[in-house]
Design a protein around this ligand. Structure first.
Ligand SMILES: Cc1cc2nc3c(=O)[nH]c(=O)nc-3n(C[C@H](O)[C@H](O)[C@H](O)COP(=O)(O)OP(=O)(O)OC[C@H]3O[C@@H](n4cnc5c(N)ncnc54)[C@H](O)[C@@H]3O)c2cc1C
Ligand SMILES: NC(=O)c1ccc[n+]([C@@H]2O[C@H](COP(=O)([O-])OP(=O)(O)OC[C@H]3O[C@@H](n4cnc5c(N)ncnc54)[C@H](OP(=O)(O)O)[C@@H]3O)[C@@H](O)[C@H]2O)c1
Length: 538
């Protein structure tokens, strides 16, 4: 049987769009995917493309300002290599931005663009602050930073470092406040595959407040058993003095013991010879000589090169700083004066029979004792807030830990007597084990505060039911709520769930708003622009 070649996808892009053939092909594929079309395409105008997916291309000169800052790579689901391709002919700060994980999560203390700008102008020198981007981002930033150091035309090597303004305690990661861990309880019933905790923190002595939609930053401490194992692998005394502290203290709360950084392998390469040196050099260069690079945390790296005796100070220098993590706030101050709560999934997995622990989630889930003082800060939300008009209806889509800010929204709307309708989509693995805040939500439903509660259980039956499946089933009602001015919110997994929810929303606008796929995508983009479709995803 002969297979005729697939016809090329006609271009959606105007001839004048400023893309290389490779970028054009990628973007056309994206549009074809978005619209589910493969033929009969009329090229969109440049202004249309700019409006359709804001930031995708620079709009013509008379277009609104929002497209001036085009960053087509600003998509947390896009692989790093694709992001760097899209940015390849851009000025250095834009390429630095493309290297970030694009979550605007603020764990580095900036959003992605501002972190890149701060590096470019040398206000910030630390290249390893992007938590979700990890080593891959740090590596690309290091290469790009060399362009600044080399004084290429794109860089401004001698830009003076501006003083960083000091905020009040607890208002930024640079100046945390102290708060007290008050209580925690597990949200899953025993038998669940998951381990998610409701965490309460007392803010009384911290002077901190927050509004619903904000996130909360926590500085964790490493697992003492892991610290001990690293000290033993180093063969150094735990009380070895380092900058006025002991080696154990610095390993506990000063440095990350998670993925072994390139600098550590570089250090190891100076301490070894022959094949071991070659291997360490390859690992330092981002290669994977034995196919296990992704499994090498700091301890595994020391064990891989057993027998080396690095100077403890040089060893500490080679590690990355221990970063805070942020969590969506799951309470309203109006319902819980002086307190904040978080909804934290404990990250635990095993590699080669050793338990690996997510540093902050397991710190909050167990290692921190009730009554312990924590270093914390409030991360203000940029575009994630209840509608200013309390009469507006809201639709909240939050599977898993994504429910966190919506518990806060509901508490706030109840406390303020807001009359707008509230619709919550929650989903998780199994209804018997993973129904977070079940009693509270049922009570809110009974009292009429929660107008609709729609649940999606992915592992109750043979078929995976996700929140976006339920949304499609409810398309007519969702459209009716949107027409009545509803604000829509999504929180949780950025890589898959949030994309699927957005596709479902576009499909609902097509089916019930009677629009073409192109118009529906524009409509949803417009909702976003008007802050009527907001996301808090990670
Ligand atoms: C704005 C925002 C809001 C957030 N809100 C919440 C929230 O409400 N609740 C919540 O729980 N989290 C939330 N997070 C995520 C949170 O910040 C942390 O990223 C999360 O708790 C993991 O941090 P950790 O320190 O425990 O794990 P880390 O030490 O950072 O380890 C996590 C890393 O471990 C690796 N990993 C995880 N599982 C596996 C596996 N099975 N196999 C191999 N490697 C694996 C991955 O590389 C992963 O990136 C939010 C993030 C952001 C940016
Ligand atoms: N991409 C990732 O690496 C990834 C993804 C999710 C969460 N996380 C991390 O895991 C931690 C907590 O996760 P969580 O407690 O919020 O739960 P979760 O793992 O996000 O799961 C919540 C629910 O969402 C379902 N789900 C999976 N894919 C989906 C999709 N495409 N659309 C809609 N629903 C989908 C899950 O189903 P099934 O599990 O049965 O498929 C489950 O029922 C966080 O630290 C988060 O950052 C990482």
């Amino acid at each position: 049987m002969s297979i005729s070649p697939r016809p090329p996808i006609p271009s959606f892009l105007p001839e004048s769009a400023p893309f290389s053939p490779q970028q054009r092909a990628w973007l056309d594929g994206l549009f074809a995917g978005v619209f589910g079309l493969e033929g009969g395409v009329t090229p969109l105008s440049k202004a249309d493309v700019a409006k359709l997916l804001p930031g995708l291309i620079d709009a013509p000169a008379d277009a609104p300002a929002e497209t001036d800052d085009a960053a087509p790579w600003h998509d947390p689901a896009m692989p790093l290599s694709d992001r760097m391709k899209l940015a390849e002919n851009r000025p250095l700060p834009r390429r630095m931005m493309a290297a970030m994980a694009q979550q605007d999560c603020s764990q580095c203390g900036y959003n992605c663009k501002d972190y890149a700008d701060a590096l470019f102008t040398k206000k910030e020198k630390r290249l390893n602050l992007c938590v979700p981007g990890g080593k891959d981002t740090a590596r690309v930033l290091k290469q790009l930073y060399q362009e600044i150091e080399a004084g290429t035309p794109a860089g401004r090597a001698d830009a003076p470092a501006a003083p960083v303004p000091q905020s009040a305690p607890g208002r930024s990661r640079g100046n945390p406040a102290i708060a007290t861990l008050l209580s925690r309880y597990r949200l899953n019933k025993s038998g669940s595959n998951k381990e998610t905790w409701h965490i309460e923190i007392d803010l009384a002595d911290s002077g901190l407040d927050y509004v619903v939609g904000d996130s909360f930053g926590v500085f964790p401490a490493n697992d003492p058993a892991l610290v001990d194992a690293v000290v033993a692998a180093l063969n150094a005394p735990a009380d070895f003095p380092i900058g006025g502290r002991t080696l154990r203290e610095v390993l506990t709360d000063g440095v990350s013991l998670s993925p072994a950084p390139d600098m550590l392998f570089q250090l190891i390469s100076y301490l070894t010879g022959g094949e071991r040196r070659k291997k360490a050099q390859a690992l330092a260069a981002g290669q994977d000589p034995d196919g296990n690079a992704a499994t090498l945390d700091v301890l595994a790296a020391l064990q891989e090169f057993s027998g080396i005796r690095p100077d403890p100070e040089a060893f500490i220098e080679s590690l990355d700083p221990l970063q805070p993590r942020v969590y969506s706030i799951s309470s309203s101050l109006k319902a819980n004066p002086g307190r904040v709560s978080l909804t934290v999934d404990a990250v635990r997995y095993e590699i080669e029979e050793r338990a690996r622990l997510g540093v902050c989630s397991t710190f909050l889930a167990g290692r921190a004792e009730i009554g312990d003082k924590l270093r914390v800060y409030v991360q203000k939300a940029q575009h994630f807030a209840l509608p200013a008009d309390p009469n507006k209806p809201i639709i909240m889509i939050g599977p898993g830990t994504g429910i966190a800010p919506f518990r806060a929204f509901l508490q706030e709307r109840i406390a303020t007597g807001a009359s707008g309708l509230n619709w919550l989509y929650f989903g998780h693995q199994r209804s018997d084990f993973d129904f977070f805040y079940e009693d509270e939500l049922k009570a809110m439903r009974k009292a009429g505060h929660l107008s609709r509660l729609t649940l999606a259980w992915s592992r109750d039956g043979d078929e995976k039911i996700y929140v976006h499946h339920r949304m499609r089933d409810d398309g007519r009602n969702i459209w009716a709520w949107i027409e009545r001015g509803a604000h829509i919110y999504v929180c949780g997994d950025a890589l898959r769930m949030a994309k699927d929810v957005e596709h479902a929303l576009i499909d609902i606008v097509v089916a019930h708003g009677k629009r073409s796929p192109e118009d529906a995508a524009r409509y949803v983009a417009e909702l976003k622009k008007n802050d009527r479709y907001q996301a808090d995803v990670y």
